[in-house]
Design a protein around this ligand. Structure first.
Ligand SMILES: [Zn+2]
Length: 409
């Protein structure tokens, strides 16, 4: 089978517009702005979705920056279900709602999309090691993809990461280091080291090649909707990688004429880590906030830096919305999704649903629209207090009595 060629053509600065060839570069030499990848949109327009080939994330290789098919490492990521959720929609009082369930990825999170392109680009540029500072999901995902490609992985893990995430990272990373304090405490020194090129930057704050993998989220949502995407897409924001990548994907498809109109985007945060949502509400720039613990571990970033500003710009340009949800509302959304639709997601993953539920209650969004909520992680990596589970010994009669009695309720 022939593999589709990458249509990536250059890097462009989101600040001053300077362009660069496709080398490993983390920021603009002129203004230190963040870079984004640009593609041959003319070919995208002419060929249309016919240029897609195969399954999973690399089906969209044309709009990803990994040129050599030998570098397109895979664990079976992408092609996650877009689940129509009629019972949840009724429960929330909306006409149509679908969940894009990213917990179905190989390591249980949306991170596998960006890990695939990060590792692909690391191979492309001749790196032998990659590193990331992580609250859990990114660490286990980068470690897994690095192992798959035979690269070394320096995984710096949050000391309060859940036990299943720690187990996963410790098992797959070549170099597993637990740091004290929060993500915001380590990211400064780590970013400076990453800038020296000792390892490939597997972080969420700067690397255009890495975050590009998450763009496929938008392409899949559009293709699974028959190229008529939902009216509204709700995506989470920690540093902003998933949100920006998805928004970029929808814009790209609109420009290339693959979809008639891009969805309106809602940015979702945890109230305990809400610098973007707060800035959106107050109309100012993103100011770092000092954060404590939130059950949505993956959203625990109080200083999203320039990517936070990028999210704000996209929201303001597209008349998007931003909101946040308290931990209690996030845990309620987790139970609600499990009970109404059988989808078991982690707190980081369901903050989006909690934020949408709050907006619907306050009538900030029109319930007549078609909604898509991105749920970024499986619940199987969650660590929480177990429900009471004192066992009962049953015989035929007592077992029958219990079931019949429950069914009458
Ligand atoms: Zn620049």
């Amino acid at each position: 089978m022939s593999a589709p060629a990458s249509l990536a053509r250059e890097l462009a600065c989101t600040g001053c517009g300077a362009t660069y060839p496709l080398t490993y570069r983390l920021e603009c030499a002129a203004c230190r702005g963040l870079l984004e990848l640009r593609y041959d949109l003319e070919t995208l327009r002419c060929r249309g979705p016919a240029l897609l080939e195969g399954r999973g994330l690399w089906r969209y290789a044309s709009v990803l920056p990994v040129a050599d098919p030998a570098h397109r490492v895979s664990l079976g990521e992408g092609d996650t279900p877009l689940l129509d959720c009629p019972r949840l929609a009724r429960d929330l009082g909306v006409q149509s709602l679908a969940i894009k369930f990213e917990g179905a990825n190989p390591t249980g999170t949306v991170k596998d999309r960006s890990s695939a392109t990060a590792i692909g680009a690391a191979l492309q540029f001749g790196f032998r090691a990659i590193s990331v500072v992580s609250t859990g999901n990114a660490g286990s995902s980068i470690a897994a993809y690095a192992a798959r490609a035979g690269l070394r992985s320096f995984i710096f893990a949050y000391e309060r990461a859940s036990a299943p995430k720690v187990l996963h990272m410790a098992a797959t990373a070549s170099d597993f280091v637990v740091y004290s304090g929060g993500y915001d405490d380590l990211i400064g020194p780590w970013d400076r080291l990453a800038g020296e090129g000792l390892f490939f930057d597997g972080g969420a704050s700067r690397n255009a090649y890495k975050h590009e993998g998450k763009k496929t989220l938008a392409y899949e949502i559009a293709e699974q909707s028959g190229w008529t995407p939902p009216d509204v897409v709700v995506a989470p924001v920690a540093v902003g990688e998933t949100f920006i990548a998805a928004a970029r994907g929808f814009r790209e498809m609109e420009t290339a004429g693959w979809i008639a109109r891009r969805p309106r985007m809602i940015a979702a945060q945890a109230t305990r880590a809400n610098p973007v949502s707060r800035a959106f509400r107050e109309g100012g720039p993103v100011a770092p906030v000092t954060i404590g613990y939130t059950v949505a571990e993956g959203l625990a970033a109080g200083n999203p830096g320039r990517k936070g500003e990028w999210v704000l710009r996209l929201l303001r340009e597209d008349k998007g919305l931003a909101g946040d949800a308290e931990d209690e509302a996030i845990l309620a959304a987790q139970r609600r999704l499990a009970r109404t639709e059988g989808i078991w997601a982690g707190p980081t993953g369901v903050a989006t649903l909690a934020v949408l539920a709050g907006m619907l209650e306050r009538r900030e969004v029109d319930p007549g629209q078609r909604f898509c909520v991105v749920v970024t992680e499986t619940g199987l990596k969650t660590e929480a207090a177990l429900p009471a589970r004192g066992g009962t010994a049953f015989d035929d009669a007592s077992l029958r009595r219990l079931v019949e009695e429950r069914l009458r309720r």
